[in-house]
Design a protein around this ligand. Structure first.
Ligand code: AMP
Ligand code: TRP
Length: 340
């Protein structure tokens, strides 16, 4: 249900943990751009405070934050239209995060599947931050009273948790303060799978570089990874239902659809009957035509780090202007004395 009593405002974020992938692009950044160009107020963050929930080398974190900013801009985010900044420059995220830690119930956190996936059998060795991270993510969204959150499918549970946290805050303090933000997850590419295993998400942390297309890959690398992508021996059918048990084939069709702006059903009609030997070069050409200019632009932007830092600083100032009055109201609602 859309909450109509709040002004539409979009918030989303990506972790600057390196290797921005085609999954991030199709699942997130491409849709960030669409929403920006639809004329809605858009705020997009590089969530460096989320990144450090697992170890990050400090020099790499700085470089990856700037590279993610370059990727946002190269993909079409315009610092004049969208607020672009890194999370740690707006302390209100952490401050609201603490308050929401005190609203969120342990039982809710224990249901988060991403923590279970990331921690595996090593939960005892994970940081407290990794466990608490969904509550900081709720703060990221709610500190702007954002109403819409474009994310890939893997983040849906966290946005639903954000709705529960917002509702509990409103209920506990008897206010109608936070909106119920909606996850925006639609179209092809909301779940891009590994090129080596169609049942696993394409991920920046997969040990095999062949499993993913990085936004910084050059044309030859993109073509090679698609040529080597795992497939099966059957030709392509003329409908998506027949791909139900062929995860690798389905993934390549989805990627084609995401890049070309078609639906998977339209793509499969076009390529019906083709062998992968025919289809893969088409996909490689499409991917190179789409991604190479973005990689070139990223390299160009990375040559001027001080300009990137200026954009992030300016974005952080504009973000703080929205966040600080909301945080002040939260402090009043919670009962904190504010006297300076
Ligand atoms: P992360 O890289 O985990 O910070 O994710 C940043 C954004 O990209 C989130 O909205 C994710 O849902 C999205 N995303 C990450 N991997 C994929 C994928 N393989 N397919 C679709 N979306 C993805
Ligand atoms: N948790 C998200 C991810 O790993 C990143 C993120 C942090 C985010 N805060 C957010 C996404 C707020 C949307 C809104 O992908």
């Amino acid at each position: 249900m859309t909450d109509t009593s709040f002004t539409p405002r979009v918030f989303s974020g990506i972790q600057p943990s390196g290797n921005l992938t085609l999954g991030n692009y199709l699942g997130a950044v491409k849709r960030f751009v669409d929403m920006q160009n639809a004329g809605i107020e858009t705020i997009y963050c590089m969530v460096d405070m989320h990144a450090i929930t697992v170890w990050q080398d400090p020099a790499d974190l700085k470089r990856n934050t700037r590279e993610l900013a370059a990727a946002y801009i190269a993909c079409g985010l315009d610092p004049a239209k969208s607020i672009l900044f890194n999370q740690s420059q707006v302390p209100a995220h952490a401050e609201l995060g603490w308050i929401l830690n005190c609203v969120t119930r342990l039982g809710w956190m224990n249901r988060m599947t991403q923590f279970k996936d990331k921690a595996g059998k090593n939960a005892e060795k994970m940081s407290l931050g990794l466990y608490a991270y969904p509550s900081l993510m709720a703060a990221d969204i709610l500190i702007y009273k954002a109403t819409h959150v474009p994310v890939g499918e893997d983040q849906k549970q966290h946005v639903e948790l954000t709705r529960d946290i917002a509702a509990k805050f409103n209920h506990d303090f008897k206010v109608d303060f936070f909106p119920q933000p909606e996850p925006i997850i639609d179209g092809a590419g909301t779940r891009v799978m590994s090129l080596r295993d169609g049942t696993k998400k394409m991920s920046k942390s997969d040990p095999s570089d062949l499993s993913r297309i990085n936004m910084t890959d050059d044309a030859d690398t993109i073509a090679k990874k698609i040529r080597k992508a795992k497939t099966d021996a059957e030709p392509l059918p003329d409908n998506m239902d027949d791909l139900a048990d062929r995860p690798e084939a389905r993934n390549l069709i989805n990627i084609y659809a995401g890049l070309s702006g078609q639906t998977p059903a339209d793509v499969i009609k076009e390529v019906a009957g083709q062998q992968f030997g025919q289809f893969k070069p088409l996909l490689a050409d499409l991917a190179v035509a789409h991604l190479s200019p973005i990689a070139d632009e990223m390299r160009r932007l990375m040559d001027d780090v001080s300009e990137i830092d200026r954009i992030l600083g300016d974005g952080a100032n504009r973000a703080a202007e929205i966040a600080e009055p909301i945080l002040a109201e939260v402090f009043d609602i919670v009962g904190f004395v504010r006297s300076r």
